[in-house]
Write a protein that binds this ligand. Structure first.
Ligand SMILES: [Zn+2]
Length: 206
């Protein structure tokens, strides 16, 4: 086993082409070409609806990841004593961030205090989707936007939506996502489509 896999506590299962986390959850190993061809085929088949499909797949993945994570934390700290909603936000989101990075989704930071309550900013370095798809005119990490919306919906026990304000594929240094209630996300997405810079969008939402 490579040092990096051992450090990440991932166990290779060559026969099924996957890795398993220390807790037993399965991870698929896919090359960047797979991500590229997945996006291209979905676009060929569903055109602009493919963005929504990717977003919803990410949303489900985010919910499942959090469900698994809470189960593992319950095993670790004792089901009777561990309560996610009483736990420290930094600890929970830090654990979630490590889990996402372990799964290959890049290094992300959750900032729940940058704006008003119920609004979270996520900055993601090294998006594997941006890396696989290359240059684009508009943000393209729809799966990851859904993933972060799913994570925050689970954590905040309220429906959260997400939009990608800036993307590495468009030349930004990192991908930045706004996660909030539907109205705020719709407004932010509308401004982004009009060409309003991310910093100005955030200023308007304060
Ligand atoms: Zn991106």
């Amino acid at each position: 086993m490579s040092t990096s896999l051992r450090q990440a506590q991932l166990l290779p299962e060559p026969a099924e082409g996957s890795l398993r986390r220390a807790g037993g959850a399965r991870l698929a190993v896919v090359p960047a070409d797979f991500l590229l061809s997945l996006h291209l085929h979905l676009f060929e088949r569903f055109a602009d609806n493919s963005q929504d499909l990717l977003y919803r797949a990410g949303f489900d993945q985010g919910l499942q990841d959090m469900t698994r994570l809470v189960g593992e934390l319950g095993e670790k700290f004792g089901r009777g004593t561990f309560d996610l909603w009483q736990a420290d936000a930094k600890f929970i989101l830090g654990t979630g961030r490590e889990s996402l990075q372990q799964a290959g989704w890049g290094r992300c930071e959750f900032d729940c205090g940058a704006l008003t309550r119920g609004v979270t900013l996520v900055t993601l370095e090294n998006s594997p989707i941006a890396a696989a798809l290359g240059r684009a005119e508009h943000p393209i990490c729809h799966f990851l936007a859904g993933l972060f919306a799913g994570v925050m919906s689970f954590y905040e026990r309220a429906e959260r939506h997400a939009t990608e304000l800036e993307c590495r594929s468009c030349g930004a240094g990192a991908c930045r996502f706004l996660i909030a209630a539907g109205g705020e996300v719709d407004a932010a997405e509308g401004w982004r489509q009009q060409g309003v810079p991310a910093a100005e969008i955030l200023r308007r939402l304060r």
